[in-house]
Design a protein around this ligand. Structure first.
Ligand code: SF4
Length: 364
C-alpha cells in the first residue's frame, strides 16, 4: 500500500471504501473546489454515515418506491439475456443486430472482489475489441481516477459493441410521455452516462484503443407513456463529457490536501469527529443541498462562521476573495481597511452600500 492509500484507509477508520457510482462522480464535479468532499470521496468515506454521526443526516435521494420501480423495470428489460432490450434496439432504432453474446460481470466465480471483476471486464473487453463481435456486457466494473486516486464505478449499466464501436446503454425508470421526458431527469441521465463513457474510454485507452472506439451517443431506455413497455432513444453526451473531463482535471490532488492535515486525522465515529471534519476546508454553496450528503453539516458551519458561500455561489464569486459576511460588511461601511488585493472589491461594496442607503432614504 502507498502512503496515500494508508492515509486514506486511516481516514475511513479502517472501514471498507464506499464504491462510487456515476451519480456520485457526476455530483462530485458539481463542487470541484471543495477539499472536504474531494478528500472524503477519494478515501471512499461513507459521507452519509458521517453526516448521521454528526447529527446532520442527509435528506435527499430516491424514495424506496422509486428504487423498487427502477429495479423492477431494469430486471424486466434485462430478462433472458436482455432479449427485450435487443428487440428494442432492432425495432426502435433500426439497428442491424446479429445474435449477440451476453456476459454478466457482476460476480466472478462467486467472488465479488472489485479488482477481480475489473480484471475480468478488462479481459473480456480486450477480446471483444480484437474480435469486433457484438457482445452485451452487463455490470462491467469500470475505474476512474478521482483526485489522484482510483475509484471503482458500481456498475448499473451495459456496454455494448456495435460495428466496432462500444456504446453505453443506460436504463432509467422515468417515463417518456409522447416522446418527451422530464428535462432535469434526462440531464441527470446524460451526466451519469458521460461518467461511464469516460471510464470506458480510459479502460480502452489502456488496451491501446482510441477514444472514438467508445461512442458519445448513449442508448437511453425508459418506460413509454404510462406503461412498463420500454422505449429507446439516443443521447449525445459530448457536452457533459467536456464538463466532466475539465472538472476532474481541476480536482485538487488528494495527496496535496493530506500534506496539510494532521497525521492522525480520522473520520471514524467518536467525539473527535466534528473537529476532524472541520479540519478539512469546505466550500459550501446552497447547490450542495441537492448533491452532497454532508450538506446540512456544512450549511450549519457556513452560517455559524458567516461564510459568503452560504449566500450562494454567485454572491461568493461576486465578492471574489472576501470569505466572510462580516468582512464584506466591514469593507462596505469602511470599518475594515482593505488589503491591496481587495481595494477594488471594497470600492464596489461601498458604492453598493451607498446606493442602498439612498434607495431606502428615498423610499422613506
Ligand atoms: S456539502 Fe460540504 S463537503 Fe459537500 S460539497 Fe458542499 S461544502 Fe463540500
Amino acid at each position: 500500500m502507498t502512503d496515500t492509500a494508508l492515509a486514506l484507509d486511516r481516514l475511513r477508520g479502517g472501514a471498507p471504501p464506499r464504491n462510487h457510482d456515476a451519480r456520485t462522480i457526476a455530483a462530485l464535479t458539481a463542487n470541484p473546489g471543495c477539499a472536504r468532499r474531494g478528500l472524503m470521496d477519494a478515501a471512499g468515506v461513507d459521507k452519509d454515515a458521517v453526516a448521521r454521526a454528526l447529527g446532520f443526516p442527509a435528506q435527499f435521494g430516491q424514495s424506496q418506491f422509486a428504487i423498487t420501480r427502477g429495479n423492477a423495470f431494469e430486471a424486466q428489460v434485462k430478462a433472458d439475456g436482455c432479449a427485450e432490450l435487443l428487440t428494442l434496439l432492432r425495432d426502435r432504432l433500426g439497428l442491424r443486430l446479429p445474435e449477440v453474446a451476453y456476459d454478466d460481470l457482476e460476480v466472478v466465480g462467486g467472488n465479488e472482489g472489485r479488482e477481480l471483476r475489473y480484471t475480468r471486464t478488462r479481459r473480456l473487453l480486450a477480446r471483444a475489441l480484437e474480435s469486433g463481435e457484438g457482445t452485451l456486457f452487463d455490470h462491467p466494473l469500470l475505474r476512474l481516477d478521482i483526485a489522484g486516486q482510483p475509484a471503482y464505478l458500481e456498475p448499473d449499466v451495459i456496454a455494448f459493441q456495435l460495428e466496432g464501436r462500444f456504446h453505453v446503454i443506460e436504463i432509467k425508470s422515468f417515463a417518456v410521455i409522447d416522446g418527451q421526458a422530464e428535462p432535469d431527469q434526462v440531464a441527470a441521465a446524460a451526466r451519469q452516462s458521460a461518467v461511464y463513457v469516460l471510464a470506458l474510454r480510459r479502460l480502452l485507452a489502456e488496451l491501446g484503443a482510441p477514444a472514438d472506439r467508445v461512442s458519445h451517443e448513449v442508448f437511453l431506455v425508459c418506460p413509454e407513456n404510462f406503461s412498463n413497455r420500454p422505449t429507446a432513444s439516443l443521447l449525445d453526451v459530448r457536452p457533459q463529457l467536456a464538463v466532466l473531463e475539465r472538472q476532474l482535471a481541476r480536482l485538487t490532488r488528494v495527496d496535496r490536501i493530506l500534506e496539510e492535515l494532521p497525521d492522525d486525522l480520522t473520520f471514524a465515529p467518536g467525539d473527535a469527529l466534528p473537529e476532524a471534519v472541520r479540519a478539512v476546508a469546505a466550500r459550501y454553496a446552497p447547490e450542495c443541498m441537492a448533491t452532497c450528503e454532508m450538506a446540512f453539516f456544512c450549511r450549519d458551519e457556513a452560517r455559524a462562521c458567516g461564510s459568503t458561500g452560504a449566500l450562494g455561489r454567485s454572491v461568493r464569486d461576486d465578492l471574489g476573495g472576501v470569505d466572510s459576511i462580516g468582512t464584506a460588511l466591514g469593507l462596505a461601511n469602511g470599518t475594515i481597511e482593505p488589503s491591496p488585493d481587495l481595494v477594488e472589491t471594497a470600492e464596489q461594496l461601498r458604492t453598493a452600500a451607498r446606493l442602498r442607503r439612498e434607495a431606502l432614504d428615498g423610499a422613506a
